[in-house]
Ligand binder design. Structure first.
Ligand code: FAD
Length: 509
């Protein structure tokens, strides 16, 4: 260990989506010092990262931690979870679809024990976001995506929505809002919106790039800092005078807790990791938004223009008693056959896809370590499609049927030559379910592994003030604290967690 142990007021672990917000906001006060420990490099000047439409090129590359899933007996065992290793985190990798969580999503959190996180108080945090959130620009609206929206409206009677964030909705089709700059297709990620304007100007903000946090430093039950390894191999203890804020995301936040001896005692004992604090919920409640895919060949090439190749979507509410949408679709202007090809399907020369997605999945997974070596990736067992009533599997089957209805409807029908996958011969519930589950993919929304809850929730990891239960000086703020999954894409929810975390930290400083 180096003699050099720098001290800051706050140590933020992970300069990702939530971490960028927190580091930027805390250092607005020139008297507060913050160190950000970020495993990846900077995104500044990197066109491959900053250009939204290049997002697919990042998957599986040098900026991707790329986590496998465990065997999924009822799902697709080949799913890989991209997690970004770069400043801005997954907001530097993702498609930047920007949905304010629905009021019913926040109210569900409040009901789950997250006191103070209901829809009414959370509204103010959306208003604070610095990201440029705008509807897909007119020049990026592809003709076939427009016709998908019209066909969905015709076939299902759902409203056409212009601006999904304007008011709460239960169903509707339209172009998404995105966090981007349409004039040059540049990201308005967390790093671009929160860190780039200030990172060279604030002496009180230190960003340690290419630096990996591998163990928290605890003094009894108080977090004092974190042990990190720099790119050149140097080991360093970075100390926090006030608090350590863990923002490493839904995979790496529980992973770091577990390697620090904070987690289910029996599991830690079995791996020989000394138990510092028995916290049974760490790694439990692993959530995701899985989806399946239906692919059509088009009559010929489709126009090229797009923001990021999946610019429009659809929400459906099958059950009128449900508080929000219970089925969602992304519309991809590409034939997305990566998973169907494994079952023998071919990629057509030109095509489009609809992807039925489960807004409120009921299956719950689990993240756990398989080794005491911090370099070994954790195991992610999503237990896809294992809920008792098969709500999740049935949602995909309904989705395929609804997608076919839309595909039969003009103005979309005239574009489509044939259904490639699963193919019109597959019509029965069982066979559709089997296909839908085996070709399922993720839209990369893992969450919930350090869930927030009240004192009665034995599996809660943080309290409603984001403090790790039973410890001092340690909070978590990222997608891992989600008690339940929002019905919509989660990034805006994560940014809002970041904004609220700043209030909670400030309130106690
Ligand atoms: C390909 C893809 C597409 C997506 N599309 C959308 C979308 O369109 N809309 C949407 O709402 N959501 C989308 N998501 C999900 C969304 O991006 C994430 O839910 C959200 O960004 C997670 O934020 P976070 O702060 O929890 O974690 P992250 O943003 O992942 O931040 C974690 C940060 O911590 C760093 N880190 C991790 N461990 C360590 C460690 N031990 N030491 C140091 N640093 C560490 C990482 O390098 C990273 O920068 C997508 C995700 C992906 C990957």
């Amino acid at each position: 260990m180096s003699e050099n142990t720098p001290v800051y007021d706050y140590v933020v672990i992970g300069g990702g989506t939530a971490g960028s917000v927190i580091a930027s906001r805390l250092t607005e006060n020139p008297d507060v010092t913050v160190a950000v420990i970020e495993g990846g490099p900077s995104d500044v000047g990197r066109d491959d990262v900053l250009t939204l439409r290049r997002w697919m090129g990042l998957l599986g590359g040098e900026l991707d931690y790329d986590y496998p899933t465990t065997e999924q007996p009822r799902g697709n065992s080949h799913i890989r979870h991209s997690r970004a290793r770069v400043l801005g985190g997954c907001s530097s990798h993702n498609t930047l679809i920007a949905f304010k969580p629905l009021p019913s999503d926040w109210d569900e959190w409040e009901a789950a024990g997250a006191r103070g996180w209901g829809a009414v108080p959370m509204e103010a945090y959306y208003a604070r976001l610095l990201n440029n959130i705008v509807p897909v620009d007119a020049k990026d609206r592809n003709a076939i995506a427009r016709d998908f929206v019209d066909a969905a409206h015709q076939a299902l009677g759902v409203p056409r929505i212009e601006g999904f964030n304007r008011e709460p909705f239960t169903e509707g089709a339209g172009f998404f809002d995105l966090a981007y700059h349409p004039e040059d297709n540049k990201r308005s990620s967390a790093s671009v919106a929160y860190l780039h304007p200030v990172m060279d100007e604030r002496p009180n903000l230190t960003i340690l790039l290419e630096t990996w946090a591998h163990r928290l430093e605890l003094d009894g039950t108080r977090a004092r800092g974190v042990h990190v390894r720099r790119a050149d191999g140097e080991e360093l203890l970075v100390r926090a005078r006030r608090e350590v804020v863990l923002c490493a995301g839904a995979v790496d936040s529980p992973r770091l807790l577990l390697h620090s001896g904070i987690g289910p005692k029996a599991d830690l004992d079995a791996l020989g990791i000394p138990v510092v604090h028995d916290l049974p919920g760490v790694g439990e409640n692993l959530l995701d938004h899985p989806e399946s895919v239906i692919v059509w060949e088009t009559e010929g090439p489709i126009p090229e223009n797009s923001a990021m190749d999946s610019d429009a979507g659809l929400f459906v509410r099958r059950d009128p008693a449900h508080p929000g949408p219970d089925l969602m679709f992304h519309f991809y202007q590409i034939p997305f056959t990566d998973n169907p090809e494994r079952l023998g399907y071919e990629r057509p020369p030109h095509g489009v896809s609809m992807t039925p997605n489960i807004p409120k999945p009921r299956s719950r997974g689990r993240l756990y370590l398989t080794s005491a070596d911090p370099a070994v990736k954790p195991a992610l067992d999503f237990r896809y499609f294992t809920d008792e009533d098969d709500h999740d599997g049935r949602t995909l089957v309904d989705g395929i049927r609804i997608a076919r209805e839309i595909a039969r409807t003009e103005p979309l029908a005239g574009w489509l030559r044939r259904e490639v996958a699963p193919g019109p011969h597959l019509t029965g519930d069982e066979e559709l379910s089997e296909y839908a589950r085996k070709v399922a993919h993720t839209v990369y929304h893992p969450a919930g592994t350090c869930r927030m809850g009240d004192a009665s929730d034995e599996l809660a990891v943080v309290d409603p003030r984001l403090r790790v239960r039973g410890l001092d000086g340690l909070r978590i703020a990222d997608a891992s604290v989600f008690p339940t999954m929002p019905a919509v894409n989660p990034m805006i929810g994560v940014l809002m967690v970041g904004e609220k975390a700043v209030d909670l930290l400030g309130g106690e400083a």
